[in-house]
Design a protein around this ligand. Structure first.
Ligand SMILES: O=P(O)(O)O[C@H]1O[C@H](CO)[C@@H](O)[C@H]1O
Ligand SMILES: O=c1cc[nH]c(=O)[nH]1
Length: 235
């Protein structure tokens, strides 16, 4: 057990799917896993373990922002020997040709957070997902015929009140969307030699407007969940 996870060591699988929202974790477990049992509830950051098509895996919320995802992924890797972490999150669309409900598979995550720079001795770290997992996801999306966009996102420390110069540079550099965790997830995975991937659904568009309801965010990311689940069992 850790300060933030009260599962017994063997109660967490080597593969963990991670939405920000613990209720989305509950939804995934109830909808897709067989023999799912709740294995952690500290701070209501619910975790479940069960089977998807015979493969044992866990689903756990990671909360919002880099500090939160960093705590949970650190504990999962160091105390529970987790080897594969897949974020299944929401994001804010930025690029003009991105629409509400689009699925984005992140192939690079820039960030304004100082954490990766500190981790990387003051240099600019290129935060990328695990290539094998990314390749499996690409093959899986192809075989499921799931329309997916691949591209760079920006992991933001702000949800409200972005610095004024942020949006223009994101548009200039063809950043597809904003989230608040992927860049740290990729760096932590690389540092610990485990695999990470981030699949996001566009829940709102910061330039064009429009947003999904809270209930929709909790429950209607099914295509993304199926892509993530089929990817981890194929990898
Ligand atoms: O829906 P999740 O996975 O939490 O992802 C996005 O939503 C939260 C902000 O509302 C941040 O965590 C951001 O990364
Ligand atoms: O990080 C996020 C997620 C969804 N929408 C945003 O604007 N930002």
């Amino acid at each position: 057990m850790t300060p933030h996870i009260n599962a017994a060591k063997d109660d967490i699988a080597e593969i963990v799917l991670m939405p920000g929202d613990p209720l989305r974790a509950k939804y995934i477990a109830e909808t897709y896993l067989t023999d799912a049992k709740q294995v952690s509830d500290v701070r209501n950051m619910l975790a479940f373990t069960g089977f998807y098509k015979g493969v044992r895996l866990s689903v756990m919320g990671h909360g919002m922002g880099i500090p939160s995802v960093s705590i949970y992924t650190h504990e999962l890797i160091h105390e529970y020997d987790v080897k594969k972490l897949v974020r299944v999150g929401s994001c804010g669309g930025v690029a003009e040709d991105i629409d509400l409900r689009d699925i984005i598979v992140v192939n690079a995550a820039s960030t304004g957070s100082a954490t990766n720079r500190l981790r990387f001795g003051g240099y600019d770290y290129a935060a990328v997902p695990d290539f094998e997992l990314l390749r499996t996801c690409w093959q899986t999306a192809d075989s499921l015929k799931t329309p997916v966009r691949y591209g760079g996102i920006f992991t933001n420390d702000f949800f409200y009140g972005d610095p004024e110069n942020l949006l223009p540079v994101l548009l200039k550099m063809n950043i597809l969307a904003l989230d608040m965790e992927s860049a740290a997830l990729f760096a932590i995975a690389a540092e610990n030699r485990v695999q990470a991937l981030s699949i996001l659904t566009v829940s709102d568009h910061v330039v064009k407007g429009g947003e999904m309801s809270t209930l929709e965010r909790q429950t209607s990311f099914n295509q993304m969940m199926e892509l993530a689940l089929e990817t981890v069992i194929a990898d």
